[in-house]
Design a protein around this ligand. Structure first.
Ligand code: URA
Length: 319
């Protein structure tokens, strides 16, 4: 699969051709390493800092579409989120060597300005992606993701539908409205979490006026590096994988969502909770299925040490 050159971005006015070529070569080299199984490279903190400097990548004041992060207990919100989450436990600094064993170690946490620049660059690359020419030709928008890049909780779905393709935002249709209600039922806001999909483009349905189809394995594999990079930058404390495509895409497992849901899995060191896709709950209105999803979400709330009221605990239980 050819690696796309870094697309022209808003930073290009400050970027020399030499720097651009270097950036393209670096991206190509890193994607080559990744496709051969490497999960991290050793980069000295001072190199990381220097990498963030040259093209005048001034930190964005506030990334478009990206809302304030969940406020930690140490820094309470003045407005916004109804709830606060415990502060993240800080991780050790970047590893200085590539370990022999293929053990996942988290990417180094970037300083806020560096992270915003890296997130914006990733977004620019995804928005210009034409790796699946049929999807690039049929899409209206690339649906990158929405929410806080500092989110402690991330939701991953399958692929944009017609509404998402139209609006450029994941989970805004009927299933999305249900997901928003589920998020709010935890006491969090949609802007507190991060929402993305396995596929960033709507799967095309040639010859059909309406309808959706699941992504093919090739489309999933082609698009997955964008989601992996998003997760590496966000480093959420937990991921909720919505439905079989999200679970299979992230874990490479085909055990079946019915067996996996409600049981903690791990994705690159991050706890991952598989649960049913909200679209399934729209098709199957049984209270028992709603309760199963809610039980999965309660486990996630426990993992994140969110307060759980009696009312929340008893949602969908018969009196
Ligand atoms: N279903 C998904 O999986 N993702 C969306 O963004 C919308 C519906």
């Amino acid at each position: 699969m050819p690696v796309a050159a870094a697309p022209r971005s808003r930073y290009d006015g400050a970027m020399s051709d030499d720097y651009r070529q270097l950036l393209d070569a670096t991206i190509q080299h890193l994607e080559g390493l990744k496709s051969r199984g490497a999960r991290h490279v050793a980069v000295a903190p001072e190199t990381l800092r220097a990498l963030a400097q040259p093209p005048a990548l001034a930190p964005k004041p506030a990334a478009a579409g990206l809302k304030p992060q969940i406020q930690t207990a140490a820094a309470p919100a003045k407005t916004g989120p109804a709830l606060s989450l415990p502060p993240r436990k800080t991780t050790a600094s970047a590893p200085s060597e590539i370990p022999a064993a293929p053990v996942f170690s988290p990417a180094p946490r970037l300083a806020p300005g560096e992270k915003a620049a890296a997130f914006a660059a990733l977004r620019d690359r995804a928005l210009a992606c034409v790796k699946c020419p049929h999807l690039a030709a049929s899409r209206k928008t690339v649906v990158f993701g929405v929410g806080s890049p500092d989110a402690q909780l991330m939701f991953v779905g399958e692929a944009p539908g017609a509404d998402e393709d139209e609006q450029g935002e994941p989970f805004v249709g009927r299933a999305g409205q249900l997901l928003t209600k589920i998020i709010q039922a935890t006491g969090l806001l949609r802007a507190d979490v991060y929402i993305a999909n396995i596929l960033k483009c709507r799967p095309d349905t040639p010859g059909q006026a309406a309808g959706n189809r699941p992504p093919t394995p090739e489309e999933r594999a082609t698009c997955l590096p964008y989601l992996q990079a998003q997760i590496d930058l966000i480093q959420p404390r937990a991921i909720v994988a919505l439905g079989a495509t999200a679970v299979d895409g992230l874990l490479g497992k085909t055990l079946g969502i019915t067996k996996l849901r409600g049981n903690w899995q791990t994705y690159r060191g991050i706890p991952l909770m598989p649960t049913y896709h909200p679209a399934y709950l729209l098709r199957n209105q049984a209270m028992s299925e709603k309760r199963k999803v809610w039980e999965d979400i309660l486990k996630v709330m426990e993992k994140l040490e969110l307060p759980i009221s009696e009312k929340q605990r008893n949602f969908f239980l018969k009196a």
